[in-house]
Design a protein around this ligand. Structure first.
Ligand SMILES: [Zn+2]
Length: 289
């Protein structure tokens, strides 16, 4: 009886402790906890960016969104930061011929991203980390980052770009079964990630219904054309999703999460970027004085 009572006391203490923990998701926070979230995150907000596009015949339309949201959610369990709600507005014109694609005009996606960052900052964050999961976004995101220098911003944006890790790359190659060169979109690795995160959404029996092979219809890599991706992969599928496994997905995501936690720690401790950014804006302002 005495042991039961002790257990009860311990359990209620644990329950109270976990009730004090604040959620990482912006939309799950209560407003009165927002100041606490700002402090705990060192004013850092993660903006996971996905997209809505076909992912072969077998993986969900929101594959990239699911991927980055799971990635961020797991990383913030070790290193707290606030996570912005679902964001799936990016560059995806090349999939407009496939059902389910949500492709807004270029000007809208640019303005929306800037307005979103401005609003995140207006709520007190001065560091925004973009975690991108969509292969059609990097050029757009880099252009967006470069353009931030065009006018003064009171916040810094960091685009997460993981560098090569040779130890991981060697182990990855060993586990990889299909052709590495063509494993790009809804292929073995991406399908493995989704098989690990959301097996309930996968339709693996359909993975071979269409070809994910390069159709080699592009003129030459020396000439970039808007139709380059469609020329090679008209099914919006590049690789062999059928070769995916849950184990490979866990291997990839464990590495991704650990690497992102390190980047998050760097951002949270960083004071240099904003300082240099302000120094730059000051010089611009003083140029013609
Ligand atoms: Zn994808």
């Amino acid at each position: 009886m005495k042991r039961c009572l002790t257990l009860l006391v311990v359990l209620s203490f644990c329950a109270r402790l976990s009730a004090q923990e604040i959620p990482a998701r912006w939309d799950e926070l209560v407003a009165s906890d927002f100041p606490k979230a700002l402090e705990k995150s060192s004013k850092t907000c993660i903006l996971p960016i996905g997209i809505l596009e076909k992912h072969g015949p077998h993986s969900p339309i929101g594959t990239d969104l699911i991927h980055v949201r799971e990635w961020a959610a797991r990383a913030v369990k070790s290193e707290y930061a606030v996570v912005f709600p679902d964001y799936f507005y990016g560059q995806i014109n090349e999939a407009r011929h496939q059902p389910g694609t949500f492709a807004l005009p270029s000007k809208v996606i640019y303005d929306l991203l800037e307005a979103t960052c401005d609003e995140i900052a207006r709520n007190g964050f001065d560091k925004i980390v973009i975690l991108n999961g969509h292969g059609g976004n990097p050029e757009f995101l880099e252009f967006f980052m470069q353009s931030l220098l065009n006018k003064r911003h009171n916040y810094a944006v960091y685009l997460y770009r993981p560098q090569d890790d040779s130890v991981y790359a060697t182990a990855y190659k060993k586990m990889h079964k299909s052709d590495m060169a063509t494993d790009q979109h809804a292929g073995e690795s991406e399908t493995s990630v989704l098989l690990y995160y959301r097996p309930d959404l996968m339709r693996m029996d359909r993975a071979t219904d269409q070809s994910g092979a390069n159709q080699k219809r592009s003129l030459t890599p020396d000439l970039y054309t808007p139709i380059w991706w469609y020329s090679s992969y008209p099914n919006h599928y590049a690789g062999e999703g059928a070769k995916a496994t849950k184990e490979f997905g866990k291997f990839i995501t464990d590495h991704e999460i650990a690497s992102f936690i390190k980047a998050l720690q760097t951002v949270k401790a960083d004071t240099k970027t904003l300082q240099l950014q302000n120094e730059f804006y000051d010089k611009v302002d003083n140029l013609n004085k």
